[in-house]
Write a protein of this length. Structure first.
Length: 419
């Protein structure tokens, strides 16, 4: 039985870097738990505090029902795998896996059997006698996982173990790792910045930003009902539409989400309307995932948006269209930050879409026309199925109102759609 509890855990590095702030989490026995967030958000620091490689500055860390802040790494019985896997170069694959058992003084025959068994599970049997230098990146990483798991640790910690591998291998290995740790039942904490990895592998995910825990839940929960705008945007490919609106409670209609040039209406019988009323006359952020928009032939009052297609991307199974809709959009990175956002890099490093979002997010006033000088307002992304719309075509988009994600101006979820 291994569960991990972080009770108000914080970390300030010497020099004053506040890496982790008041994190409260419970990781259950046998769970594959993923810490997810952009680089620098504090994931590795949390993992290293759990391992005992880094001291906590505040709060309590509990392992197996006892406070573990002062336990040495050895006493915690954790095993850790890092990005580069670091094997002993002069030992074979089997020799590397054997090493922890030798150090522990285990019976040799039993140790060999255990190494053979785990090698089979990891698909390493054919290369058991090879040195690390003769292996591929994926094989080396498998061997490192084998060496970490061989002593049956009570807690398995993995820090971006796949990030140095190419895309195909990552997909293959993430399935294998998830299968393996589930079959052993070892409680596992897995750090990644890759949302697909997190969504596909995790039993539950914790999303971090600037050292703060923003959301925790099953992949489905945090995708369907994210706690903040940041989480909604981080777990979204293709990118979610984040639209700026003013909420107006209108008798006989519902709560109108007024985007200036366009509007949607959340009807009174919608369970979120009561919470929305408290934002009457104020700003709200409306999240619409591209697949909640469907091209249609006719306008339905209160649930149709219109956009002019500017850019099309072919994604194999469908087209992704970028349309101008004259709706102000929001940059999720600027919402809800407790401190001013540092200067952003130039457009070249941010990619086209981030560049667009950044440009459009500056102008908060609705603009009736498609153009604002050079600033195109290409701000509604939707999937068009197999029908390819024409560039310049005006498209009516039906909005699945049940799937609207509604946030206050500070980025927090207004109401719970599910849960
Ligand atoms: P992540 O794993 O999410 O990329 P880290 O936990 O490595 O983030 O880092 C969180 C923050 O703490 C970053 O701002 C990082 O620069 C800082 N940091 C990490 N390690 C140290 C250290 N040893 N000394 C000072 N600051 C550190």
């Amino acid at each position: 039985m291994t569960d991990v509890v972080l009770d108000g855990v914080g970390k300030v590095y010497p020099g004053g870097q506040h890496a982790v702030r008041d994190v409260r989490l419970r990781i259950n026995d046998g769970e594959l738990f993923v810490l997810l967030g952009p680089s620098g958000c504090g994931k590795s620091t949390i993992l290293r505090m759990i391992a005992g490689l880094e001291e906590t500055t505040s709060g309590e860390l509990w392992l197996n029902g006892g406070v573990a802040n002062d336990l040495s790494p050895r006493e915690r019985n954790v095993a850790m795998v890092f990005q580069d896997g670091a094997l002993y170069p002069h030992r074979t694959v089997a020799g590397n896996m054997m090493f922890p058992l030798e150090v522990a003084g285990d019976d040799r025959a039993q140790a060999r059997e255990r190494v053979a068994e785990l090698s089979r599970a990891l698909g390493l049997s054919p290369m058991a006698d090879r040195l690390p230098a003769t292996l591929s990146g994926g094989q080396r990483q498998r061997a490192a996982i084998g060496r970490a798991l061989i002593r049956e640790p009570s807690l398995f910690l993995m820090d971006e173990p796949l990030s140095s591998l190419d895309a195909g291998l990552r997909t293959e290995l993430r399935l294998e790792i998830a299968g393996l740790v589930r079959s052993t039942g070892t409680t596992t904490v897995y750090v990644t910045h890759d949302q697909v990895e997190a969504m596909t592998m995790a039993d539950r995910i914790a999303v971090l930003r600037d050292g703060v825990l923003e959301d925790v839940g099953t992949p489905e929960q945090i995708y369907r009902d994210p706690a903040t705008v940041f989480v909604a945007a981080f777990l979204s490919t293709p990118p979610i539409n984040l639209l700026q609106a003013t909420a107006w409670a209108v008798q006989d209609q519902g709560v109108v989400l007024d985007f200036g040039a366009q509007r949607l209406t959340v009807p009174w019988n919608d369970p979120r309307s009561p919470a929305l009323i408290s934002h009457h006359g104020g700003p709200v952020i409306v999240g619409v995932r591209p697949d909640a928009l469907t091209p249609v032939a006719d306008v339905r009052e209160g649930r149709t948006l219109v956009g002019r297609v500017r850019v099309l991307e072919f994604h194999g199974h469908d087209w992704l269209a970028y349309a101008e809709a004259g709706i102000p959009t929001i940059d999720p990175n600027t919402v809800g930050r407790p401190v001013p956002v540092p200067a952003e890099p130039g457009p070249a490093s941010g990619g086209r879409l981030r560049g667009l979002l950044r440009r459009t997010s500056r102008a908060r006033q609705p603009v009736p026309e498609e153009h604002e000088g050079h600033h195109r307002r290409s701000n509604l992304i939707f999937r068009s199925g197999t029908d390819r719309p024409a560039r310049g075509e005006e498209i009516l988009l039906d909005v699945d109102l049940d799937r609207l994600l509604l946030f206050a101006a500070d980025g927090r979820r207004i109401t719970s759609v599910r849960r």
